[in-house]
Design a protein around this ligand. Sequence first.
Ligand SMILES: [Zn+2]
Length: 327
Amino acid sequence: MQTDAPFWDSLVFAGIDDVDVEAVTAALGTVEVAARGRAAGSACPDCGRFSDRVHDRYLRRLKDLPLAEQGFVIRLTVRRFICGPVDCPRRTIAEPFSQLAAPHVRFTTRLNHALERVGLALAGRAGARPTAQLGFGAGRMTLLRRVMALPDPRFSTPRVLGVDDFAIRRGQTYSTVLTSVEDHRVVDVLPTREAGPLTAWLIRHPGVEISCRDRASAYTDGARRGAPDALQVADRFHLWLGLRRAVETCVAAHRDCLRNPSPSSMLPEATLGSGPPQDDTEPVGRRADRKKAAHALVHELLAQGHSRRAIARHLGWGLNTVLRWAD
Ligand SMILES: [Zn+2]
C-alpha cells in the first residue's frame, strides 16, 4: 500500500516538524514510514559552526506508538554533516531530531513518554503485559530503565514535614520517607531510619516549621538536632495506633469485669432497668477465643514436629505471628 505523504505529515506527525515523509507501506500488521530530516544543516556541538556539507547518510529504525492497532515503525534516513575547520576535533555531525527522537535511542519520543507513564504506574513485570497487548511491547527491564532515566522530581522544602519509616525488606532493611503533609507528596527518601540522615537533611533544607512523625526516638532526636525551632507532633496514624493499643490493653485487662451476666444474675439487673445487655463484652470475648484457638493451633502443629517457618507457610501467617504464639 502506498499513501500520499502530506496526509501523514499533517496527521501522524502533527507537532513533529523536523521530518519529511517519503513513503508509507503497510504489511503484516506493521505500518512502515520512510522519512528523512528537513533541516538545512546542523551546528557543530564542539565548535558551534554551522555546516550543510553532507558527508554520508545512514538509517535509523525507530519504533513508534501503534497506529490503528498496527505496529508503527519509522525508517529514518539521517545525514552526517562535515565539520570543516582544522581547529575543531570533530569530523562529522549527526543530524539531530529534537522532536522525533533523542540521539541513539530506538523509540520515538512519544513512545518513550508512553513507556515512562506505564513504567511509573505499573513498574516492570506488570507493565510489560499491557504494553504487549497494546501493540508497543517493551520488556520489563526496558520499562525500568525508562523510569530510572527520568530526572528526580524537584520539590520545595515543605512547611509541614512527615517523617516515617518503611521496609525495603521487612524485618531487615528500613528506610525513611519524607513527605509534604500539606500536599501529600513524597519529598525525599533517606537511606536508613536513624537520626543522623534526618538531621543532615533538615540542616540542608531549612524552613520546616512542623515535623510530623511517629513516636520513634530516633526521629525525635533527628528533628530536634536538625530543626530545633520546629514543632514536633505525633502523626494522626500513630496517635490512633497508640490509642487503639491502649484501649485494647485496658479492655483485655478488665475482661473479667465485663463477662456476660449469668441467667440468675440477669433478672435483678433487668428489673433494675440497667439498659440493654452489654453487647460490648462480646467482641472482647470472641477476640480472646480467637487468640486461644490460634495459640492452640500453633502448639498442636509444633507438637507434630513442624518447624515454625513451615507452620507460618502452612497457615499463611507472618513468621512473627507464629513466633509470638509459639513463645
Ligand atoms: Zn566543529
